[in-house]
Design a protein around this ligand. Structure first.
Ligand SMILES: [Fe+2]
Length: 249
């Protein structure tokens, strides 16, 4: 519970009910590698108050050629009976790398087969080293199709400076933005933290996620402190996460 005299509050003491970005589904990407650890992660997160989780494996044919929507769905269906015992309600989605040619996968009826988040949202990401040349056109295409892109962790992209993010030049890319909560703990370096704080102060994010890849990141999560001046904004993002989960149709 937040108390006014404190200068910061532990993130996990807030109402963290819904995570919209994680790599807990095991054996499909660079995230969790065993079912036991996936279960343990959900158990630990449940102990911290989490009740809903979107599992969002990387979708990037160059690195994970097996990760077709069907393959991921089958894997989720196979593991779900075990995972649900941890008490966290899980749904499957995907984190789509914006690679050259992805447009072709999102034309016409193809879109329906993809691993979308609730209410037509879709989580997208780029390389940390360079901006996808087709990001604007791909996002335009998704919006034109009536979908709602959410760009993961903009604070982690090295080519977006703090200044650029602050003046929200990437608003040219018509997408909602998702904060990695571990960025505020400095786990991706001080530059990512400073960018995240600046964007929070400008109200530029819509959602937050753990982007959890390992059990040890749960310990990191527990250590994240939210500065008092950011508490309201983090609460707003947590509410948006809940709204997104509940908007499933
Ligand atoms: Fe991720």
């Amino acid at each position: 519970m937040w108390r006014p005299f404190r200068t910061s509050v532990r993130f996990v003491e807030m109402d963290f009910m819904t995570d919209i970005h994680s790599h807990i589904l095991s054996g499909v990407d660079d995230g969790f590698q065993s079912e036991d650890r996936s279960f343990r992660a959900l158990e630990l997160l449940h102990g911290l108050g989490l009740r809903h989780a979107l599992l969002t494996p990387h979708i990037y044919p160059e690195l994970y050629p097996e990760n077709s929507p069907r393959f991921i769905r089958d894997r989720f269906t196979a593991l779900y009976p075990t995972l649900q015992g941890a008490g966290v309600s899980c749904r499957i989605a995907g984190e789509y790398m914006v690679y050259q040619g992805i447009e072709n996968e999102f034309s016409g009826e193809n879109v329906r087969n993809h691993l979308l988040m609730p209410d037509g949202h879709i989580l997208i990401e780029m390389s940390y080293a360079f901006e996808s040349p087709n990001i604007k056109s791909f996002v335009f295409q998704l919006n034109a199709l009536g979908y709602h892109p959410i760009l993961a962790h903009p604070e982690r992209y090295n080519y977006y400076s703090k200044k650029l993010l602050e003046i929200s030049s990437i608003a040219d890319i018509d997408t909602k933005l998702q904060l990695n909560i571990l960025s505020l703990g400095g786990f991706y370096g001080h530059i990512a933290r400073e960018k995240a704080e600046a964007m929070l102060e400008k109200g530029l994010y819509s959602y937050l996620g753990t982007d959890l890849h390992t059990l040890s990141q749960i310990e990191q999560l527990k250590s994240v402190m939210i500065d008092r001046k950011h508490v309201r904004e983090i609460e707003r993002l947590l509410q948006n996460n809940d709204i997104l989960w509940n908007s499933a149709r």
